[in-house]
Design a protein around this ligand. Structure first.
Ligand SMILES: Nc1ncnc2c1ncn2[C@@H]1O[C@H](COP(=O)(O)OP(=O)(O)OP(=O)(O)O)[C@@H](O)[C@H]1O
Ligand SMILES: Cc1cn([C@H]2C[C@H](O)[C@@H](COP(=O)(O)O)O2)c(=O)[nH]c1=O
Length: 191
């Protein structure tokens, strides 16, 4: 089973994946961008926000996704694979950049994923107060520096995209306690 943990920066994805992996060490965990050797190189360019072209940025995220699918997801189809981010981040951030349509982004991501969308998506939904507090605790990468309003627009696009695509999902209140969220995820995944 291929599961995405999705949400904007600092919403709590990694924290929950780490807890889940402790309880279920057989789960394969990965992430985008940077889940492969190629992806690590792409991540460095992408997080520097140094590309002038938003199309170039999109295509590099898609290249990371395609390599990640072939190297990590496809070979482990018979296992539980949890990815910290995936194509919903791809659509959400790109839509907030304002240069692309939902339909073209879906088509491009289907191509990158060889028509294999995730089986489940868990989307963490945060709010401005929590986002401001948590981002103040870290050094921001080039994409995070686009601003908190941008990130909350991304979050809205993520939620709408999951609903439009009809992928089985769980929406999580990212402002809830770490333990409550952990229990909700265990119950949803029936693990
Ligand atoms: N439910 C929670 N309540 C309070 N703090 C939390 C909660 N979940 C995570 N945190 C804290 O918020 C910060 C960001 O958490 P985490 O790194 O898991 O988010 P993330 O979604 O993986 O972020 P990014 O996408 O930016 O890597 C960490 O300092 C973490 O300890
Ligand atoms: C997969 C993906 C990610 N992004 C953005 C979202 C974040 O700002 C960074 C990744 O940082 P993290 O600390 O690893 O969460 O990249 C994006 O814009 N498009 C994508 O497809």
């Amino acid at each position: 089973m291929y599961i995405l943990f999705e949400g904007i920066d600092t919403c709590g994805k990694s924290t929950q994946i780490e807890l889940l992996a402790q309880v279920h060490p057989g789960i394969i965990t990965t992430h985008e961008p940077g889940g492969t050797a190629f992806g690590k190189k792409a991540r460095e360019i992408l997080l520097s926000d140094s590309l002038r072209s938003k199309r170039a940025e999109l295509l590099l995220f898609l290249a990371d996704r395609a390599e990640h699918y072939e190297e990590v997801i496809e070979p482990n189809k018979d296992k539980v694979v949890i990815s910290d981010r995936g194509f919903i981040s791809g659509i959400g951030y790109a839509l907030a950049n304002g240069d692309f349509s939902f339909d073209e982004l879906v088509h491009l991501n289907r191509f990158a994923l060889k028509e294999h969308f995730p089986d489940r998506i868990i989307l963490f939904l945060t709010d401005m107060e929590t986002l401001r507090e948590r981002t103040s605790q870290k050094s921001l990468d080039g994409i995070e520096l686009r601003g908190l309003e941008y990130l909350l627009r991304v979050q809205e696009h993520m939620k709408e995209s999951i609903l439009k695509l009809g992928i089985p999902h769980l929406f999580i209140d990212a402002t809830d306690s770490i333990e409550n969220i952990h229990q909700s995820i265990l119950t949803y995944l029936k693990v």
